[in-house]
Design a protein around this ligand. Structure first.
Ligand code: 5AD
Ligand code: SF4
Length: 587
């Protein structure tokens, strides 16, 4: 993306309130590097210095206004194999990776795993090589998370380790470049460049297409950043490169961003506005994954079931969106577009042998048509993540979640009636602003009432910029937060063990992933509810080839008789190899 395109996007986002001020891009001279000009040896730094001067004079001359106009009006339909045209201050050669080796490290959520694949796909096309060996890397990129203070602290600690690597680097090698990608780059912007002078590149979640240019600028010894948020970037044309070629499942990003503005959450500020990828490009990716033999696809998005593809104009009718009963939004009602039920229907038709999951949904967007589809379609997993965050209506209001405890519980009942046997999971935050002991007891009671199969529990971490930061007080002492969190974890485990024990004696369909981490004689896979199932690696019959004895391989569907259950794992013995279509679970 060229600078003026960025400026234009800032302007487009100006009408949009809180996120308008976060769009930011700059190229900065790195003082630390400018001292290298006194070096006398003909080292890569010396060459770099010459290149920098040349680069700086080209940068000073700058691109012409005509160039900006051209780039701003250019359609964005580039073939994914094409490398971007260089901006006028870079040559094509400088824009290319020149076989530099990139080491990528991912932190945070599943979206970040997918973003890592997107970033890599872009760099690979630009001529970079990938390495899994930190020592041989020329470029180290950290794909970061900001959701809680602890997630960011991990990155700061990692940067200190990398600093040593950069300082120790022999002069005979090209200088090591370090980049911060993703949510932390977006949240902290130049604070990172100022605090850690050895960071060369910053790229926010919507700026990965710009990575080749940012790295080219960094090559010349300058810091480079693009943390612009976009209203429409979905990386629809970038086919992520799967890191693990033997994986049986893949993630497909279908939407980005979040419009909910829950009062505790940094995501709308780091990931920007909600936007969905066109259905056609999602289907194309799912088809490719099916052709590659993958057996499971998880549709990804910060609010995955708020999906709304408005790219097909004829579908922009005035029909208002159905929300779950008793739920409201923090934003003006949206209308029209292709909704999640349509996408789920289409995706699940691509390959009946491919399991479909989705994460992470918002409870407000479960209209009946989504629930019915999940119930009816064999290959859509009967598993729903339903983040509650709290069991107290008072706290839910302070969180601006748009529902009461009663509406949430009613939705749980409705889901259980619509999809018998559905597996439920949730997220909870302990110790949110103003949470009393009574509120906490309400959360404990919700955990007991719903009896989730899986849970993700966190202590509240105040984030700057959020509504809670501006309007509420982080008044629950740290030790109280942690004590409440411990209590939630204990109750969750007790209830999940009970919920999972219902499976004992049942026969379940398991997608085999590979060897169990704990034992070389056991295999591991996942049931429909996404729970881990461990079973001995034994010979079995193949239902489609009677008389044939086989051993399970990754990607096979097998029927497993469940013999024991804990809060996180099921154990059993394998009965036969089968297919998703032919399987008959019984319980
Ligand atoms: N503090 C603690 N947990 C948080 N989450 C989001 N923001 C915060 C925060 N500031 C949790 C929510 C969300 C999950 C992804 O992370 O439970 O659903
Ligand atoms: Fe972390 Fe949220 Fe960003 Fe994911 S979207 S990396 S959870 S801050």
């Amino acid at each position: 993306m060229h600078p003026l395109q960025c400026v234009l996007q800032v302007q487009r986002s100006l009408g949009w309130g809180p996120l308008a001020s976060v769009s930011w891009l700059s190229l900065r001279m790195c003082r630390a590097h400018s001292s290298l000009s006194s070096t006398t040896c003909p080292s890569p730094e010396r060459q770099e210095d010459g290149a920098r001067k040349d680069f700086s004079s080209r940068l000073a001359a700058g691109p012409t206004f005509r160039h900006f106009l051209k780039s701003a009006s250019a359609p964005q339909e580039k073939l994914s194999s094409e490398v971007e045209d260089p901006p006028p201050y870079l040559t094509m050669d400088e824009l290319l990776g020149r076989q530099r080796k990139v080491y990528l490290e991912t932190y945070g959520c599943q979206m970040n795993v997918n973003d890592t694949e997107i970033a890599w796909s872009i760099l690979q096309k630009s001529g970079y090589l990938r390495t899994s060996n930190l020592q041989e890397a020329d470029v180290i990129l950290l794909v970061t998370c900001s959701i809680r203070e602890k997630a960011e602290q991990t990155i700061w600690n990692r940067l200190h380790q990398l600093k040593a690597l950069k300082t120790r680097r022999p002069r005979s090698r090209v200088p090591l470049r370090i980049g911060i990608l993703g949510c932390m780059a977006e949240r902290l912007k130049e604070e990172i460049l100022n605090r850690e002078k050895m960071v060369d590149v910053l790229a926010g979640p919507d700026a990965y297409r710009d990575l080749p240019r940012l790295l080219a600028v960094a090559e010349s010894g300058q810091q480079a950043a693009n943390v612009l948020l976009s209203l429409d970037e979905t990386y629809a044309d970038v086919m992520p490169v799967q890191t693990n070629p033997s994986a049986t499942s893949a993630f497909v990003s279908i939407m980005r961003g979040c419009d909910n503005m829950c009062s505790y959450c940094i995501v709308p500020f780091t990931r920007g506005r909600e936007r969905s990828r066109p259905v056609a490009s999602i289907l194309e990716e799912v088809k490719k994954l099916s052709e590659q033999g993958l057996k499971e696809v998880t549709l990804l998005g910060q609010n995955v079931n708020s999906f709304r593809d408005n790219s097909e104009v004829q579908f922009n009718n005035a029909v208002s969106t159905n929300l779950s009963r008793g739920f409201t939004t923090n934003y003006k009602a949206k209308q029209g577009g292709l909704r999640f039920a349509h996408l789920l229907d289409q995706v699940s038709r691509v390959d009946p042998e491919m399991r479909i999951r989705f994460t992470s949904p918002h409870p407000k967007d479960f209209p009946d048509e989504v629930l019915q589809l999940i119930h009816e379609r064999d290959n859509i997993c009967k598993q729903i993540h339903l983040p509650a965050q709290s069991g107290s209506s008072r706290v839910l209001e302070a969180m601006r979640r748009g529902y009461s405890r009663e509406a949430y519980v009613e939705l749980v009942h409705h889901i259980r009636e619509s999809i018998p046997g559905v597996s439920l999971s949730s997220d909870f935050i302990a110790g949110f602003c103003g949470e009393t002991e009574e509120d906490h007891v309400q959360t404990v009671s919700l955990l007991r009432e719903v009896q989730y199969n899986m849970g993700f529990l966190f202590a509240y971490s105040m984030r700057q910029k959020t509504r809670a930061y501006h309007r509420l007080k982080d008044d629950v002492p740290e030790e109280v937060k942690l004590r409440r969190l411990e209590e939630l974890i204990t109750v969750f485990r007790e209830e999940a063990t009970k919920a999972n024990q219902i499976s004992v004696g049942c026969t379940q369909l398991v997608l085999v992933e590979g060897l169990s981490k704990r034992s070389a004689t056991d295999l591991c896979g996942r049931n429909d509810g996404n729970l881990k199932v461990i079973f001995p690696d034994a010979e079995m019959e193949d239902v489609n080839n009677p008389g044939l004895r086989v051993r399970a391989q990754p990607g096979d569907y097998v029927l497993v008789k469940i013999t024991s259950a804990s809060s996180q794992t099921l154990r059993g013995h394998v009965l036969c190899r089968t297919t998703l279509k032919d399987s008959s679970e019984n319980c």
